[in-house]
Design a protein around this ligand. Structure first.
Ligand code: FES
Length: 108
């Protein structure tokens, strides 16, 4: 199993154990994590799965594709050039067995 922690404004944290191959967005939506919507179902077309990856995990992330990069310019909360990712484009497993993200205050 892989572990992902969702840090919310105010200090609450949701911690999930998920199967490798699960995206951050899918883990959140399946488990009812507040603040992650995933409106387009993971096609990098909505930006409602925006998360801020905690700095200590940035080195284990996949490269940002052109589609993700373009969509990250459409987030409601400001894009952080180093930490913002689309949760649907980051998948646990394959060397990324633990991840912590901050959930933006708004997605729509
Ligand atoms: Fe729509 Fe990630 S779910 S961009």
């Amino acid at each position: 199993m892989s572990k992902i922690s969702f840090h919310h404004a105010g200090g609450a944290v949701d911690i999930l154990d998920v199967d490798p191959g699960t995206s951050v967005m899918r883990a959140a939506v399946t488990n009812g994590i507040a603040g992650i919507i995933g409106e387009c179902g993971g096609q990098a077309m909505c930006a409602t799965c925006h998360v801020y990856v905690r700095p200590e995990y940035l080195g284990g992330l996949p490269e940002i594709s052109d589609d993700e990069d373009e969509m990250l310019d459409c987030t409601i909360d400001p894009r952080d050039e180093s930490r913002s990712r689309l949760g649907c484009q980051v998948t646990l497993g394959n060397g990324l067995d633990e991840l912590e993200v901050d959930v933006p205050s708004s997605q729509v």
